[in-house]
Design a protein around this ligand. Sequence first.
Ligand code: HEM
Length: 206
Amino acid sequence: MSTSIQRYTERERMNHWVIAILFFLAGLSGLAFFHPSMYWLTNLFGGGAWTRILHPFLGVLMFMSFFGLMTKLWHHNKITDADKKWLAAVSENLTGHEEGLQDVGRYNGGQKVLFWVTVVCTFLLLVTGVMFWQPWFADSFPIGLRRIAAPLHALSAAVLILGTIVHIYAAIWIKGSIRAMSRGTVSAAWARKHHPAWYREMTRNS
Ligand code: HEM
């Protein structure tokens, strides 16, 4: 039987799945107002008025839960020289010829870039969203600022949605990754192949 290596604690996994649920709820309720062709999505939230009320609260809850995971994982996502090599050889890495190319730690360069893109988008969504949140805060901001905030909010959401599609695709595509976030463990073979430096670090004293 192959050995397992712990990758996420129970708390981190709960935190991650709460983010994922809130991401879908905030995303779908936001898309409902992005274009009239998507207004039918308001049916999922009890109609237009309820969707409008709930969307910002779902967004704030998503920000808070993401902030929790971010504070636990940011130090694992610092960009190193190995990550720069990973990014320089991105096409080899994405076509599965990564072995021997670079010494990948707990996360690879692509995962780290995606992590920071998610951080920037999540913060931008919060700040810009608060600026035109009627009736609570919007009146405190000049109209010129609100006019910049609205398209920036939509842009950050679009980047976050695209980034998350890549994230989900990679999680499914790289066999053995999903169990890291469901059971909390990965196989030793998975760790050795995809994250050799992290594998050595985790097995040094065993
Ligand atoms: C159905 C949706 C999702 C699936 C299937 C999924 C799957 C996964 C998996 C398998 C991992 C572990 C990857 C690894 O350890 O190498 C992971 C990590 C992570 N996920 Fe998700 N995820 C989903 C949604 C989201 C969303 C919506 C966000 C945030 C907006 C998110 C943020 C993260 C973060 C921050 C990590 C840690 C990676 C890092 O720190 O670089 N995930 N996810």
